[in-house]
Design a protein around this ligand. Sequence first.
Ligand code: ZN
Length: 595
Amino acid sequence: MLRSATLAVLALSTSALSTSALSQTVPPAATQAAPAPATGQTTQEGTQQAPATPTPPPLNPAELNAKRTAPLLADQAAMKAHVLFLASDAMKGREAGSPEFDIAAQYVAAQFYAAGLKPGGDNGGYLQRVPLTTYRAAEKGTASWTPRRGTVQPLVFGEDIVTSAVPDRAETNVTAPVVFVGYGIDAPSLGQADYKGVDVRGKIVAVLPGSPARLGGEERAFFGSAGTKAALAAAHGAVGLIQIDMPRASGRRRPFAMLARGFDAPRMTWAGPEGRGSTPTPTTPVLGTLSQSGTAKLFGAAWARVMKASEATTPRYKPIAAAGTLTIASKTSFAPAASSNVIGIIPGSDPALKDQVVVLSAHLDHIGVSPERPGAQPGADRINNGALDNAIGIASLIEEAKRFTGDIAKGSTAPRRTIMFLAVTGEEKGLVGSDYFANHSTVPLANIVADVNLDMPILLYPFEDMIVYGAERSTLGPIVRKAVNSVNVDLSPDPMPEEAIFVRSDHFRFVQKGVPSVFLWPGQKGPGKAAVADFMGNRYHRPGDDLAQPILWDQGVRFVGVNYAIAREIADGDQRPVWNKGDYFGTLYKGPMAK
Ligand SMILES: [Zn+2]
């Protein structure tokens, strides 16, 4: 599962808004790429998560082994076995681009083979190669402001501005007028039209971070990301985007000084043919972040009025053209890497429907090994095993595949539509492997009728209900409800809308291609609420997400059962899923829509 602070700066590529190849642009405030500076991570977690409660003393080796090797029923043991392997220390956190991730991918390919899946990757194998690049700022960039009347003023790096690495350019040189466009959101149907009445062609747009609270959970998170803003700026003909640091805007953002210290933190995306990173907005790079002092140099007295306006409960901003031109020059360096998605197929049985493909996805990668932290105990565990995030999702995917092929072997009919089991890389880097797949799909994209995504089911309590993100957006909702009810579980509404989970995992890359998608979690009724809060606050994206946790494997088997019922229902339905009439994302990405 992607960190929410990453989401705030992630480029959620937007095919409806940009015609170019899609992936991610990561502006400077991004902190997800490993190895991120330890201080940045600490501060970020400190501001966004509950304070850590004291952890119980670690188990000794004999206690750990007793936990690992305790006998279980066969179906539970089968599921646990995948997690024992994938979340072992030997996998070193399965970071995309690492040799250990490649071993994990071979493991999944072997399991797909054993399950009887047909290969769905490159050249008749299970693997789809995903070329990656790690990119970073090669040096501190330079910037200056030339007022219409007056002399050139340098903008001081770290005081006025922090320039960004640009994923697809070794050198960036932009000189252009600057227009402030508020949040930089163009969504008239949601009542936010920041570009109305302003011509930004050939100009740099300067935007505030985030988005207005009234937009609501998922749309708010989507429009708050710098990637969406860059795509909108590109659609309006801007030649660059610069972010404005607003210290009061959100407790989650890194302070400007920390942004400056981490200016050359590496980030990862998939690579184009020339080895540079892909970006959905090649014409409109994210150039950097202006501090309040830097912004005031550009906009003069007008900026004080904007800051005054920002104090309102629901601030409204008017576009402001700065009187002069901004020049920014920066260099980006690249280091190639490679990884793989793993793909297995069950061919459909209905001649009329077998070309249609239902994708079941889960990410195989995790965040690797944390850097050593100053003051940490010598020998402290730094391996992020990712047992729940997302070894257990992959284990569910494999066991679900075995349930399908096992049932077929016992004489039941194969599903009417084709089912694709997709284990992706680079989710933690910004949904990179799923974005690569969505742009290099191994079956025609138009044939993909749905994605059901498994990411980080927190199987630490007997779940009494389920949450299906995206259920209210498409006809997958009723299908999912029927399947869930068939195994005596109820659907509950999203208990944490402010987390915007719907835009934080791999299914969103399918949404961006118009494909109705859902993402399932065990619900939070009864013991769920406390267990989820404890996990998110204390072990999420930390070394403690390992096999010492009290994972309930019987709940894992139940979870597989629900997912199986859902996949079967979608694969066998008479109608392919469509978006509900007028759904925001369905409309934006031109997906099939209910009449
Ligand atoms: Zn994660």
